[in-house]
Ligand binder design. Structure first.
Ligand code: ADP
Ligand code: MG
Ligand code: MG
Length: 871
């Protein structure tokens, strides 16, 4: 296979092979933008390397050929002593993984070529030695695995309070010697002087960094497959560190926080690469570049417009100016906040760059869910102690912690924490994941903290410069002598950048208020959500219903756009005061007593259903007959035994009988015990009472479309028995209602063809179906061993969260197909938790279900994802 592609050979659609960075470098090259020449080593080479533990055959030759061509083009050889070509070796996977993988700049420098570089730069010694010390530092850290602190400390010591700009040539020369000493001491060998060896070692290190712990963690968090591998880009160096007419910067074509069009970015004079995001000096806003170097600024703005029109989306950009000449080093479709995603999608529609279909695909259900998060109450009393940048929106309240380890520790104990750092780096990732929010005192909107937090949808305030953060003393000080120590509660507002002392109360988001029926008004975000949701509703095939057990939830679900109730559980209706009646039912000594107990329950049930049917006003309502084991309604065995024992002879007759019943009903595996349809078959009259109540309520609320659902059926015979009785009652009452079943036992899925004879609809109860297919007790396993399973990659996400397509999904597919073979037009839905999960919704669309049902709050998310699935 071909392992190496020149930048002129690739394009943006080759991300699988060239990684995102390589594909986009190629795309920019072919657009005629000023990209320093170079080539990309494919992800396939990386996969081979990771599998075999060595570079694949032929790769070195292929690299050598491309390097030779590059040298030819540039008119200088890699590391050539008197006039060196220098390159960067840059990782770049298919999905951007900020700061995760390693990049080494200035490859090709050694004791000879450093002088050649100075000559090349018109005798600029300082610049040459600055580049050299950077190479040793980066190479030592990322390629040779030396603790970066060693280099940082040596640099700090040398600076001794001075700015990096004040370092003279001699200082930097001395630093190079110190750095070489560190390398010698840490590796037992001299820093490798051979440029080709430097390059190959760096390539290998990039390949290996794919499996670095923090890369593994980031992928798991972002659900990026572990076997993609990374590409490696070898790119001619351009220098932002050779004087004040040079510099390096990052920019967005529009604000990734709000979506507003404009000039957003940071620029740093006389600096290289990571300096901008690492926060070594304070950056200047990109606008100021206009004053410093108008020609480059105008060209950059032109390029940004070209890129945005070409990619038809927000792009982020890395650029460098070398002696007044602009170079593009990277672009990609940029990450953005949820609010910006909606605003930008609609703006692009208005600009005529995309249509509404595409706009719907540009936003996700997860982003919509984020917009539905509550925010801080504007009216509440707050003590503001600082203001930083609004890096990633949301309202987060928690205890301040000052290290990633502490964040993880306290979060594991169930504490909400805010991770406070001067600035974050990739080693803080675990802490960032564990925290509710992130607060830093340094760095801009493109700092590590900001980029990673936005990607994770986590609240972040960055660059709150008034704060003095002392990680060592585990506290920060704010103006006015406010001291916040570890454990103190703070509140941070990622939408405004404000930091508050103590807990600030939170309120509903405007998007939720819109779903609740508030007018769109002048809010640009709400208007964008409205347009996208309107189009989504017109686009999707799947209907969306809600799971609701009472009139209030039913009404909210309708306001949120639910087209019916897919699961109305009836067991909640037996709780509270009504437990008494269930006890009577269980304790009934004969038919007459049982009849009496049921007769007492019936009017209550009828009233429950009447309320829900009224709230749904003619939309379909699937009522599931009682499902859980009856002992769930009875007192706890131990408590009751104690009570009876303590009472001794004075214990009431009822308590004794109750105790006996609890004992009798005890089960080793209640979830596999006497529940669902089994109850209906064992306790005469129970299901009949529920059906009578449904029928009567349906009669009382004209237009009602009730669907009676029998849970836990495994055999058509079970269903036939209860169905017969139900149909008879419906006929007697003169009410039309469908009778169907849940498919939640694997046997039901496997015999769906038979079951469909007796069922007018199926609803997949994927919670139980997952539990029984995997043999996982849902209530126990997640805490017991799922994190281990996730670590081991047994699955990438809990099968209770996202439907397991291969196993559980296969059963759903079989049941859907065979059910419809028996009864064409059989209505199919899903009512497990999966009904609100984006990936599972896409699956439901693919297998041809008619609707998904989820909790009322997830209904908008499901509407959007159902449309995305259809596009
Ligand atoms: P990341 O994926 O972390 O952004 P990059 O490969 O883009 O890593 O490189 C890190 C930094 O070095 C970026 O700021 C980038 O612009 C800069 N850089 C990379 N290659 C070159 C080069 N050939 N010349 C100048 N700067 C470079
Ligand atoms: Mg980059
Ligand atoms: Mg169930």
């Amino acid at each position: 296979p071909k392992y190496v592609y020149d930048f002129t050979e690739g394009n943006k659609d080759l991300k699988d092979l060239l990684g995102g960075k390589g594909a986009n470098l190629a795309e920019m090259t072919n657009l005629g933008l000023p990209v320093p020449p170079g080539f990309t080593i494919t992800t396939e080479a990386c996969r081979r390397f990771l599998a075999d533990g060595r570079l694949p055959d032929g790769l070195e030759d292929e690299i050598a050929r491309h390097l030779a061509a590059l040298e030819e083009k540039m008119g200088r050889r890699l590391g050539q002593a008197d006039d060196p070509l220098l390159v960067s070796v840059r990782s770049g996977a298919k999905f951007s993984m900020p700061g995760m993988m390693e990049t080494v700049l200035n490859i090709g420098l050694n004791d000879e070529s450093v002088r050649g570089l100075a000559k090349q730069a018109g005798g600029n010694e300082r610049f040459a030695w600055d580049s050299y010390r950077r190479l040793i530092q980066m190479f030592g850290k990322t390629v040779q695995g030396i603790d970066g602190e060693l280099f940082d400390e040596a640099l700090e010591e040398l600076k001794n309070g001075r700015s990096d700009l004040d370092l003279e040539t001699e200082d930097l020369q001395r630093l190079v010697e110190t750095y070489k000493g560190i390398v010698r001491q840490q590796t037992g060998a001299d820093f490798p002087a051979d440029p080709h060896r430097q390059m190959l070692m760096a390539v290998t290190a990039v390949f290996e960094s794919w499996n670095a712990p923090r890369a593994v963690l980031y992928r798991r968090q972002e659900r990026i497959p572990a076997d993609l591998g990374t590409a490696v880009n070898v790119c001619t160096m351009v220098f932002g560190n050779c004087g004040m007419d040079s510099g390096t910067g990052v920019a967005f074509t529009r604000d990734p926080g709000s979506g507003q069009q404009g000039v957003y970015g940071d620029y740093l004079q006389n600096a290289q690469g990571e300096d901008v995001v690492a926060g070594i000096r304070n950056t200047m806003p990109l606008q100021e570049l206009e004053r410093i170097d108008k020609r480059s600024y105008d060209e950059l703005l032109q390029i940004m417009e070209k890129l945005e029109n070409h990619y038809r989306d927000l792009c982020d950009i890395e650029f460098t100016i070398e002696g007044g000449k602009l170079w593009m080093l990277q672009t990609r479709v940029g990450k953005r906040t949820a609010a910006a995603a909606f605003r930008i999608a609609v703006q692009l529609v208005d600009q005529g760059l995309i249509d509404l279909d595409e706009a719907v695909t540009r936003v996700t259900g997860d982003q919509l869910a984020q917009l539905m998060f509550p925010r801080f109450d504007g009216g509440a009393a707050k003590k503001k102690i600082a203001k930083g940048m609004n890096a990633s929106p949301g309202a987060a309240v928690g205890r301040a912690v000052f290290s990633a380890e502490r964040a993880v520790e306290l979060a594991a104990q169930g504490e909400a924490v805010i991770l406070v750092r001067r600035e974050t780096n990739p080693d803080d990732l675990a802490g960032m994941i564990a925290a509710r929010g992130i607060l830093t005192s340094r760095g801009g909107k493109t700092s590590h903290a900001a980029v990673v937090a936005r990607g994770m949808g986590k609240t972040c305030v960055c660059g709150a410069e008034e704060l003095e953060v002392s990680t060592k003393e585990r506290r920060f000080t704010a103006p006015g002598g406010v001291v916040v120590s570890e454990g103190d509660v703070i509140s941070i507002d990622g939408s405004s950048g404000e930091v508050f002392l103590g807990e600030v109360p939170v309120v509903a988001s405007p998007v939720v208020e819109y779903f609740e029926g508030a007018p769109v008004g002048g809010d640009e975000l709400v208007a964008a959500v409205d347009r996208i949701m309107t189009h989504a509703d017109a686009t999707r095939r799947l209907a969306v219903r809600a799971n609701a057990d009472n009139a209030e939830d039913a009404a909210r679900a309708r306001r949120f756009g639910a087209q019916g109730i897919g699961l109305c559980r009836t067991e909640h209706m037996f709780l509270g005061d009504r437990r008494q009646l269930v006890e009577d039912l269980v304790l009934a000594a004969d038919d007459a007593e049982r009849e009496r107990a049921l007769a007492a329950l019936e009017p209550l049930q009828r009233a429950d259903f009447t309320e829900i049917f009224t709230a749904m006003d003619g939309l379909p309502v699937t009522v599931r007959l009682i499902d859980p084991p009856l002992h769930e309604f009875l007192p706890d065995y131990t408590e009751l035994s104690v009570k009876v024992a303590l009472a001794g002879d004075r214990a009431g007759d009822k308590d004794r009988r109750l105790l006996a019943a609890v004992k009798r009903l005890h089960e080793q595996n209640p979830m596999l015990g006497l529940r669902g349809v089994r109850l209906g078959l064992v306790i005469p009259g129970l299901f009949a009472m529920q059906v009578r109540a449904i029928a009567a309520a349906a009669k009382a609320v004209p237009g009602t479309r009730a669907e009676i659902m029998i849970p836990l059926v495994g055999a058509v015979q079970e269903l036939e028995c209860v169905r017969e009785e139900a149909v008879r009652i419906l006929e007697e009452t003169g009410v039309e209602a469908m009778v169907g079943t849940m498919i939640e036992v694997p046997r039901a899925a496997l015999t769906a063809g038979q079951i469909a004879e007796a069922a007018e609809f199926f609803s997949f109860g994927t919670n139980d179906l997952t539990q029984m297919t995997w043999g996982f007790s849902r209530d126990d396993v997640e805490a017991a061993f799922f994190s281990r399973y996730l670590d081991l990659g047994v699955f990438g996400v809990s099968p209770f969260e996202t439907l397991d397509r291969d196993g559980v999904g296969r059963l759903v597919r079989i049941a859907a197909e065979e059910g419809r073979r028996t009864r064409p037009g059989l209505k199919l839905g899903i009512c497990g938790e999966h009904g609100g999960d984006p990936d599972s919704i896409h699956f439901c669309h693919q297998v041809g279900l008619d609707y998904v049902s989820c909790s009322p709050f997830r209904v908008p998310v499901a509407r959007l994802e159902a449309a995305r699935a259809a596009l």
